[in-house]
Design a protein around this ligand. Structure first.
Ligand SMILES: NC(=O)c1ccc[n+]([C@@H]2O[C@H](COP(=O)([O-])OP(=O)(O)OC[C@H]3O[C@@H](n4cnc5c(N)ncnc54)[C@H](OP(=O)(O)O)[C@@H]3O)[C@@H](O)[C@H]2O)c1
Length: 317
């Protein structure tokens, strides 16, 4: 099968096209023919071996060691990277009863990765962990591959936000993969939402329902901050501004500030169930900036590395 191999940690050019053995599913595995994947910020972190923030000695060295032990010493342990996918079930082993041949499915892999390829096996354990679901009928493969990363992460990081009608929510970085879902989810829950983005994304965040928008590139942006019940830093430690530093002081009494770099995502079985409900009801829509064929994955990584994609970058396999 066609696959993209990450030959070592480094710039986008370390990704190379290759022909590899098609995986043979075991009795407890689902074999998925992948139709689309996405280049996520996490894929670029893994490929480029980048760590969040700018830690100093000795924290940097400790984090680097931990990352190498977790991901692989000089290259990713699974050389086929890629976290998210949509596709069709090619076959389901005899121990799998939730899925059958022909089902349209999408997923967010945990440590197995391997979605920059034509086929991927998903184990019964991964199914039980909530990493695979049927795609809602009202979205395409490209939309499913796009929305699943930000969808799962937004649900995870907002779960303790107590977001409801009458609450004021601030989304810092509302134009990214996580931010675009976090904004739509907050609106669906009835909150008044202020979205922070740059000038070029104001129209996008308004179209997703933002009540107020603050442009982080403008000098007077700090004066526009109010007092919020829930603030989500949706872009993480590597992206900041003077405004972001001030946001931490704009949290109200009993309010909560959450960063997408607070701890690690552990997918829960109900996350994709919840995401499906939101998509089926039309409360969450995929935002696709660009799509590339698998053959142009290096170009796609170069684009995502710039840090300014709008929502998601999809790869058609
Ligand atoms: N904890 C975990 O387990 C976990 C797992 C996965 C990801 N993460 C975190 O989530 C992050 C990825 O989020 P994502 O995929 O949603 O990001 P993303 O889609 O890559 O973010 C792109 C958006 O960021 C905006 N942006 C860039 N610089 C900004 C700044 N200084 N201030 C505000 N917005 C800025 C850009 O808008 P403009 O062009 O307008 O600037 C662009 O629309 C990762 O980098 C990581 O930190 C955490």
């Amino acid at each position: 099968m066609k696959a993209i191999i990450c030959t070592k940690y480094g710039p986008p050019e370390v990704l190379q096209h290759n022909e590899v053995e098609k995986p043979i599913p075991k009795d407890n595995e689902v074999l998925v023919k992948i139709h689309a994947t996405a280049v996520t910020a996490s894929d670029c972190v893994i490929r480029g071996f980048k760590m969040p923030g700018n830690p100093s000695f000795p924290k940097k060295q400790i984090m680097e060691l931990m990352m190498r032990l977790f991901l692989g010493i000089s290259k990713p342990r699974n050389p086929i990277i890629g976290l998210v996918f949509s596709g069709v079930v090619e076959s389901a082993g005899k121990d799998i009863n939730q899925f059958k041949k022909g089902n349209r499915v999408y997923g967010f892999t945990g440590i197995s990765r391997g979605t920059y390829a034509e086929f991927k096996c998903v184990s019964a354990k991964e199914v039980a962990q909530g990493e695979l679901a049927i795609i809602p009928d009202n979205i395409s493969h490209n939309e499913a591959a796009a929305v699943v990363y930000g969808g799962v992460l937004a649900i995870h990081f907002m779960k303790d936000g107590d977001i409801q009608s009458g609450k004021k929510v601030l989304i810092y970085g509302a134009s990214g993969a996580i931010g675009t879902v976090a904004l739509q989810l907050s609106k669906h829950l009835g909150a008044e939402v202020t979205a922070i983005c740059s000038s070029s994304n104001i129209a996008l965040v308004k179209s997703l329902g933002a009540d107020k928008v603050i442009d982080y590139t403008k000098d007077d942006s700090i004066n526009q901050l109010e007092c919020y019940d829930f603030i989500l830093d949706a872009v993480g430690e590597n992206k900041s501004s003077k405004l972001k530093i001030q946001c931490k002081k704009a949290i109200g009494e009993n309010g909560k500030y959450v960063s997408v770099d607070d701890g690690f995502l552990k997918i829960q079985p109900h996350y994709l169930v919840k995401l499906n409900e939101l998509i089926e009801a039309g409360h969450v829509k995929a935002v696709i900036d660009r799509d590339y064929p698998l053959e142009e994955i290096v170009e796609a990584h170069k684009y995502v590395d710039k840090g300014h994609k709008k929502g998601n970058v999809v790869i058609t396999v």
